[in-house]
Ligand binder design. Structure first.
Ligand code: 0A1
Ligand code: ZN
Length: 889
């Protein structure tokens, strides 16, 4: 057992390990109740460190013997570690035998059981739950793994690398021996023993090498693996083409498992995936699911170089692999879309996600730098800041050195560090050194504040046009807000991609004072002072500034633009991101005004006409229209406010949605008819865009109908729900019914459940849809509470738990933050219950209270009481205690 509880680990305390483990030979006698692990290691002292005992990590495992060079030695337990005091000075062999119990492992970290099979999850610190080890990423070893198990129960036996031997054993058992030639940290170890089948594909890569790709799933799921396999092939091709990074293994395997804490895991050569990111057919998965599979398959595959070939020195450097790999998967998905607008749509979606999750994180009790300074439980730091903001930091580097310069930097990074465990500094230095004349190289120490300072910087701009001198002066001013442990912030290096747009829509040529001539209509200003002025010359008419194009830095921008300016950008900005942003800002301004006053929100014709023009626009993509006509989320609205009243936010947004539904009724009907996709299902961006706009239109039409008591559109939605040829349309129609609280919603939900009752991933959608229905009279919360008792509900399966609890508490603020405090009490009960099963998952769900202190009364008081109730539980895990402790600080 791990005894040293709640210890704060600090980045500045890093020291290299006292010993190196060079190779590991593992033998598993697999059995769900009692698995025997024989762990033979070649160990040597690290000569750079003072002589000291060997301390091995271990958790929830029982040691049965310890041999050094073949002889039994004495050992002791201290702070949850196994300590051997006396060891030879020369390299030695160390054999440890221990047992573990996968069937009792509800934490899903280490070796655990799922659907009758055995699977592992070792990142970040799961390997120590399998055997004693120096379970830290800078200890890299070559692994040989022998799996022995019942052949009937576990016909498939997999581990990392190449299969070197397999055969029969007495008593109905069989074995397989695997060898991974690449030294790796223990967090990348994996094994699978289960009754699975595989889709296989042989490929020959550019370098002329042959590889076997496999996607393993449960029997019966094989026909759901085509998209995952296609995504894997596309990932291999893309990484070779864009970054010249080839597949380095003969065999690359993906295995799907139904119980998994996260999305997927990049174990060397043996990626283990949540079924959600593998299984798809048109009938069971939506366009969003298809896109998710492509991006997660890509993400895990890209880790093979950014994460596995070069890994992290310590867990504070997590963003070294995660920020970079998210950046790579985002670029991959963009390149896969094939069109400039579709790229922009993907960028908008990524930024929406960043604002929805990372911005609140940066403003709440868990705010931390991209490279954190301390943690209690590392699992709590697999965050949107480390992942998504980390990706933005990498993206800014690319913006500062250019796309080719960035590719050069990546090449240098691999030349320098392949096979090593390194730091974020090493990465940034490589990109800068490969581009010595870049702004990044010139300002690297200051740029790296993006790694060390928490919080979302504020950027304010003001423009002044001077007609007599034909100049336009832009001032840019930045400031950082205080965050826990960091009251003062130093200025960042902020790349501001920008252009000037004439009121007639013309892109104005850009010439800064002192420049001989104008060059282009877009450029990147690099702000590194608290405030800077930029004077553009030869400007004939007052322009509208279009700043932070493509969201060139993860900041909150206040450009002080008036409605009239925003309308110009919405109509004309050549940058699609800012065009979308202008529409969102117009909506946001109106919503915030309504939330801040007691007057009901009344939509003006200027706004509805502008949105109608977007909806009816002959050239814009359907996906872009869908995003522009989707109102800012309640969470994003809450983010703009000092004091958050979730009920007021909900009321204002619902009112705007309804007015928009009514004002554009004919246009929605037109859009719905115009965006039907004929023929067989394809998840491509164009078809998906049409489906999403048709679904949005249908939802709006059902809303407008509900307000007038008209039943035509709900009837059509029900029919569409029944006849739909794919899950996107079916779920879209169902959500139009539930979202408008139509009478037909109940029979449709019942029918949906009956239709898909054997399919866990679809039943997750059924729970989530009900838990995220816009709240009305408290009924959604009541229904969610009832669903807890539904026979299909279980807290033990992470996807199912998330489909109800996270969906309600995180994605339905108005159902969750109730005046009677029942939502908060519900949350506290679930966290306590789940903490006894799966602390990692419980801690993630506990995060919904990160921003409780900003709540208006009475929500604030009941949130506080709920937090205190959880904190009062005596045997709370370190995971949850860290989250709750920070929230209450
Ligand atoms: N490295 C994985 C994320 C991951 C982290 C921890 C896990 O433990 C349950 C699982 C996966 C990724 O970035 O995809
Ligand atoms: Zn990752």
């Amino acid at each position: 057992m791990r005894e040293g509880t709640a210890q704060l680990i600090r980045r500045e305390d890093y020291t290299a390990p006292a010993y190196w483990i060079r190779s590991v030979d593992l033998t598993f006698e697999l059995d769900p109740a009692k698995t025997l692990v024989i762990n033979r290691m070649q160990v040597e002292r690290n000569a750079d460190q003072p002589a000291q005992p060997l301390r091995l990590h271990g958790e929830d495992i029982t040691v049965t013997r310890v041999l050094v060079n073949g002889d039994s030695v004495s050992f002791r337990h201290e702070d949850g570690q196994l300590v051997i005091d006396t060891l030879p000075d020369t390299p030695f062999s160390l054999e440890i035998r221990n047992i573990c119990a996968p069937d009792k492992n509800t934490k899903l970290s280490g070796l655990y059981q799922s659907g009758g099979g055995l699977f592992t999850q070792c990142e970040a610190e799961g390997f120590r739950r399998i055997t004693y080890f120096l379970d830290r990423p800078d200890v890299m070893a070559v692994y040989t793994v022998t799996l022995r198990a019942s052949k009937a129960a576990y016909p498939v036996l997999l581990s990392n690398g190449n299969l070197v031997e397999q055969g029969e054993l007495p008593n109905g058992k069989h074995f397989a021996k695997w060898h991974d030639p690449f030294p790796k940290p223990s967090y990348l170890f994996a094994l699978v023993a289960a009754d699975l089948v595989a889709r296989e594909q042989h490929i020959r890569t550019r370098s002329g090498k042959d590889h076997l790709l496999q996607v393993y799933v449960r029997r019966g799921d094989l026909e759901k693996t085509e998209h995952a396999m296609n995504s894997l092939i596309a990932s291999v091709v893309w990484d070779e083409a864009r970054f010249k990074l080839p597949l380095d293994l003969e065999r690359f395997m993906i295995v799907a498992v139904g119980d998994f804490n996260m999305g997927a895991m990049e174990n060397k050569g043996l990626n283990i995936f949540n079924t959600k990111f593998v299984l798809a057919t048109p009938a069971t998965a939506t366009d969003v699911d298809y896109a998710g599979i492509e991006s997660v398959v890509g993400h895990e595959y890209f880790h093979n170089w950014t994460g596995n070939r070069i890994t992290c020195r310590d867990w504070f450097q997590l963003s070294l692999k995660e920020g970079l790999t998210v950046f790579r998967d985002q670029e991959f998905s963009m390149d896969m879309t094939g069109s400039a607008t579709a790229r922009a749509v993907k960028r908008i979606e990524d930024v929406r996600q960043l604002r929805q999750i990372q911005f609140p994180e940066d403003a709440g009790s868990m705010a931390h730098p991209v490279r954190p300074d301390s943690y209690v439980e590392i699992n709590n730091f697999y965050t949107a800041t480390v992942y998504e903001k980390g990706a933005e930091v990498v993206r800014m580097m690319q913006t500062l050195v250019g796309r080719d310069g960035f590719a050069r930097g990546m090449t240098l990074y691999f030349e320098r560090f392949d096979g090593q465990a390194v730091t974020c500094d090493d990465f940034a230095q490589s990109i800068a050194d490969a581009n010595p004349d870049s702004e990044l190289a010139r300002q690297l120490p200051q740029f790296k504040r993006w790694y060390s300072q928490a919080g979302t910087p504020r950027l304010a701009s003001r423009g002044r046009f001077d007609a007599p001198t034909r100049t336009y002066t832009l001032s840019l001013e930045q400031h950082g807000l205080p965050s826990p442990g960091q009251s003062e912030k130093e200025p960042y290096v902020i790349p501001v991609a920008m252009g000037l747009v004439g009121r007639d829509g013309r892109a104005i040529p850009l010439q800064l004072e002192g420049e001989a001539e104008a060059s282009g209509t877009e450029r990147v200003l690099v702000l590194n002072q608290p405030r800077n002025f930029y004077t553009f010359v030869n400007v004939d008419v007052e322009p509208v500034p279009s700043l932070l194009r493509g969201f060139s830095a993860p900041v909150v921008l206040n450009d002080h633009l008036a409605d009239a300016d925003l309308l110009v950008l919405l109509q004309h900005d050549p940058d699609p991101f800012n065009r979308w942003e202008a529409g969102q800002r117009l909506a946001l301004n109106r919503l915030l005004a309504a939330i801040g006053s007691d007057e009901p929100l009344v939509l003006d014709a200027g706004f509805t006409d502008a949105l109608r023009a977007v909806l009816r626009h002959p050239e814009l993509d359907a996906a872009f229209k869908d995003l522009t006509l989707t109102l800012p989320s309640e969470t994003y609205l809450a983010e703009q406010l000092q004091v958050v009243d979730p009920q007021k936010i909900h009321a204002a947004r619902e009112s705007m949605k309804l007015q928009l539904a009514q004002a554009l009724r004919d246009d929605w009907a037109w859009a719905f008819e115009q965006h039907q996709v004929a023929g067989g299902y394809s998840p491509d961006a164009v078809s998906a865009g049409k489906r999403s706009l048709a679904n949005l239109s249908l939802s709006m039409l059902c809303l407008a109908s509900a307000a007038d008591g008209d039943t035509v559109w709900p009837g059509r939605a029900f029919q569409r729900f029944k006849d739909a040829g794919n899950m996107t349309d079916r779920l879209g129609a169902l959500s139009a019914l539930t979202g408008s609280h139509a009478e037909l919603a109940a029979p449709a939900l019942e029918r949906f459940h009956a239709l898909f009752k054997g399919d866990a991933l679809v039943i997750d959608k059924w729970f989530a849809l009900q838990a995220t229905t816009p709240e009305k009279n408290g009924l959604v919360f009541e229904r969610a509470k009832q669903l807890l008792k539904h026979p299909d509900f279980s807290l033990k399966n992470p996807n199912r738990a998330r489909s109800l609890i996270s969906a309600l508490c995180m994605n339905n603020p108005a159902a969750f933050h109730r005046a009677d405090g029942a939502g908060h009490a519900f949350w506290a009960d679930r966290i306590v219950e789940l903490d006894g099963i799966n602390p990692q998952l419980a801690a993630r769900m506990a995060r919904v209270m990160d921003r409780w202190a900003a709540l208006a009364e009475p929500y604030r008081t009941s949130a506080h009481a709920a937090l205190q109730r959880v904190a009062a539980k005596a045997d709370l895990s370190n995971d949850v205690r860290e989250i709750i402790g920070r929230a209450l600080q």
